[in-house]
Design a protein around this ligand. Structure first.
Ligand code: GLP
Length: 259
């Protein structure tokens, strides 16, 4: 795992965007895995800026989102489809038919999940998977004790996740309790992974992910098995890392990295 530590959230977002640009320049028809949550917002704003000001082209890009709440139609203000439209897709020249977000309203979840996995394979797999991390260490909605080999499926959300996400809804009771999420196994098959995290409330799960044992109690720790995973974090999120000095040393010895 490559650990990139920046002073501020803004720098984290810019560094992650530099890696994104690097991938898109090398492969203009790249397949991107995308995440929701507050953390990738800075990265998405940078992607929109690079499109506007530098002509970064998304015409041939395909995207797959990690997850969606079950029970929310795509048009719901809190659906992850709405989130993606509002925070990224509307601001870049991506073709709507190339964007995939799991359906929260399908009549047959099992068949839908199989189709989603199949569709990812048909387009040649995910080139770059963007991830955030939940305070309990989840990636996508792979809550603690999810199988580290899991595929896209229906998951019941853990209480801390419902509490964390209640801030986006009028009432806590409105937060859906089920979601469709890519599995940890699905995520590990991406050719490259980029994870962003910021803030002191992520320090513990970030330390578990990078330095803890690989455990289903922190599903992000499975990324230790991935051969090309770069984690971009700010100082507060890095504050519980035992090997902090080592990561900073490695970073200083890579002056030509794109970020
Ligand atoms: C949700 C999403 C995750 C995301 C997490 C953290 O649970 N399913 O993909 O990483 O929230 O969100 P935030 O970035 O707002 O802390």
């Amino acid at each position: 795992m490559e650990v990139v530590i920046k002073e501020t959230y803004e720098e984290v977002s810019k560094a992650a965007a530099a890696l994104m640009r690097h991938v898109l320049n090398a492969k203009p028809n790249a397949v991107l895995g995308l995440a929701t949550g507050s953390t990738p917002l800075g990265l998405y704003a940078e992607m929109a800026r690079m499109h506007r000001e530098e002509g970064l082209d998304f015409t041939h890009v395909t995207t797959f989102n990690l997850d969606e709440y079950v029970g929310l139609p795509a048009s719901h203000p809190q659906s992850y489809r709405t989130f993606m439209e509002k925070n990224l897709f509307q601001h870049i020249n991506i073709q709507h038919q190339n964007t995939h977000v799991p359906s929260g309203t399908t009549g047959n979840y099992r068949a839908f999940c199989e189709w989603y996995e199949q569709r990812i394979k048909e387009v040649g797999g995910i080139d770059l998977q963007v991830l955030g991390i939940g305070s309990d260490g989840h990636i996508g909605f792979n809550e603690p004790t999810s199988s580290l080999n899991s595929r896209t499926r229906l998951k019941t959300l853990a209480e801390p996740t419902i509490n964390d996400n209640a801030r986006f809804f009028d009432r806590r009771e409105d937060v859906p309790i089920y979601a469709i999420t890519m599995g940890v196994g699905t995520i590990l098959e991406a050719k490259q992974v980029l994870l962003v995290a910021n803030g002191a409330n992520k320090a513990e799960c970030v330390a578990g992910m990078i330095e803890g044992p690989i455990t289903a109690m922190n599903t992000a720790s499975a990324l230790q098995l991935h051969p090309r995973c770069t984690v971009f974090i700010d100082r507060p999120a890095a504050s519980k890392l035992k090997m902090l000095d080592y990561y900073l040393w490695v970073q200083a010895k890579k002056p030509h990295a794109p970020y």
